[in-house]
Write a protein that binds this ligand. Structure first.
Ligand SMILES: Cc1cc2nc3c(=O)[nH]c(=O)nc-3n(C[C@H](O)[C@H](O)[C@H](O)COP(=O)(O)O)c2cc1C
Ligand code: SF4
Ligand code: SF4
Length: 450
């Protein structure tokens, strides 16, 4: 039976699911409620000199029928006095001694870092998370992502914290940077016990086109915010992988960004995360989502034969390599299951206009069903991605499976295109229609305007 018990850089929790520092961890009331529901840990809403917030504060990207696939905020750190938060940390730890309570911190001077470290340690926090990620408001005051973007400054501040730390120190990184491994290495070299990523991505989620103001609107004006929720998961996964594959980053990583269910959490763990943190999904659906997350993770681990989180951590990492190491001889083509096809022709349009003209239409002109022209198909996947019917278009292997030649191999063998009109160009034998054949072919589709 799977055991979800987690030891993250010495911070222990009954499972790897932690609440990220954000509105759901604003108070002891919320954190007790969350632990009671099954959450393993919580990173307290960032503590520091209390701020004053604006209203409104949130914007969102709704896509078709899905609400909040991306979420944006211009909220700052806690607006509550430190003494209230410390008192509540103490009472949560008394009631839930086996759960992880991590204090997120953001202050400015060395003296303030020392003081707040002592305060949260005395209150019983199991660890601290240094918020070097907030991309709005605080960074303009020289904190948050302003630190996360400057590895040297980051390392200095980690050093200040470590001068007095008696509990594990996690450094939370900003994704608003070209190479996430630079601040991650600086954190490790500064003595951090772990890192967490990602904080929010600087963003503007939309513009009110009647009043010419981006969202969220504060008395007719706006500002850039921080993006999170399901839309950011791919960016978070990539940054996680960059850190967990890096030979100089040998400290645990807590994965954050778009995690909504057990499957998302598994993906983060397979890419090397030792715990995961959730914010937007809880703001959307409440603490109750933890029940399915725990049950789903346990069932997955049992099915795969993983006894502990450590057993499964990083299992996908050996399968991520540089492009130049991928097999150029591997060939797939699309295949349409006619029994499943509903004749929507989305695949035809996508391949015709956006890919390689490898889908033809045949049969009754009113119900024309698509078929694949194999010799034109480059196996790009686009048709299977746009097809609305599950498993209707699958990709089938066509090479013999006995050759493995990479770009690196071909480069070493001097067998790559090097001039503009090189005979070795990959598309040299690939048929494309004559340019003029494209004229007069587009049939307008009619969309309803609300
Ligand atoms: C409204 C809001 C407030 C947040 N406040 C904080 C904060 O005080 N400190 C912090 O480190 N991160 C803060 N975050 C970032 C989250 O902790 C988290 O890193 C980010 O939302 C990505 O996770 P998600 O996709 O699960 O939301 C906040 C996020 C939101 C949406
Ligand atoms: S895989 Fe790409 S090229 Fe092949 S049929 Fe589909 S869209 Fe066209
Ligand atoms: S997208 Fe799928 S369902 Fe629609 S026509 Fe193509 S194969 Fe059929």
């Amino acid at each position: 039976m799977a055991n979800l018990y987690t030891d993250f850089a010495g911070i222990k929790s009954p499972n790897p699911f932690w609440l990220a520092s954000a509105p759901p961890t604003n108070s002891g009331y919320q954190i007790m409620k969350a632990f009671d529901a099954g959450w393993g840990g919580a990173v307290w809403k960032t503590l520091g000199v209390p701020i004053i917030n604006v209203s409104s504060r949130y914007g969102a990207v709704h896509y078709r029928n899905s609400r909040m696939i991306g979420f944006n905020n211009i909220e700052l750190i806690t607006d509550r006095p430190l003494k209230d938060n410390l008192r509540e940390i103490e009472s949560v730890k008394k009631r839930f001694p086996d759960h992880a309570v991590i204090a997120s911190l953001m202050v400015e001077t060395r003296e303030e870092w020392h003081q707040i470290m002592r305060d949260v340690t005395n209150a019983g926090a199991d660890g601290v998370e240094l918020n070097f990620g907030c991309p709005h408001g605080m960074c303009e005051r020289g904190m948050g992502s302003a630190v996360g973007q400057e590895p040297k400054v980051l390392q200095t501040i980690v050093g200040w914290v470590k001068e007095v730390a008696t509990i594990p120190v996690i450094v939370k990184l900003t994704p608003n940077i070209t190479d996430i491994t630079r601040p991650a290495i600086a954190a490790a070299e500064g003595g951090a016990d772990a890192i967490s990523l990602i904080n929010t991505i600087q963003s503007i989620v939309g513009v009110d086109i009647d009043h010419f103001v981006p969202y969220p609107i504060v008395d007719g004006k706006s500002t850039n915010g921080g993006y999170c929720g399901p839309a950011v998961k791919p960016i978070a996964l990539n940054m996680l992988k960059n850190c967990t594959q890096h030979p100089q980053i040998n400290i645990p990583v807590s994965g954050i960004g778009g995690i909504e269910n057990w499957r998302d959490a598994v993906e983060f763990i397979l890419l090397g995360a030792s715990s995961v943190q959730v914010c937007t999904a809880v703001m959307h659906y409440g603490f109750g989502i933890i029940r399915e997350m725990v049950a789903g993770l346990e069932q997955y681990m049992d099915e795969k034969g993983f006894r502990t989180i450590a057993d499964m951590r990083g299992k996908a990492l050996p399968n991520i390599m540089h492009w130049e190491d991928l097999n150029l001889e591997y060939k797939v083509v699309a295949s349409i299951n006619e029994d499943k096809c509903i004749g929507c022709q989305l695949c035809f349009t996508a391949c015709e206009d956006g890919a390689h003209q490898a889908i033809g239409l045949s049969g009754n002109p009113l119900q024309r069903t698509p078929h694949i022209i194999e010799e034109n198909c480059v196996g790009c996947n686009l048709c299977s991605l746009v097809c609305p019917v599950e498993e209707c278009i699958t990709m089938e292997r066509r090479d013999a499976g006995n050759e493995h030649i990479t770009w690196k191999d071909r480069t070493l063998a001097g067998n790559i295109p090097t001039s503009f009109n090189d005979e070795l160009a990959g598309g040299i034998d690939h048929w494309v229609p004559e340019a003029e054949e494209g004229l007069g072919k587009v049939v307008a589709r009619h969309y309803k305007v609300k």
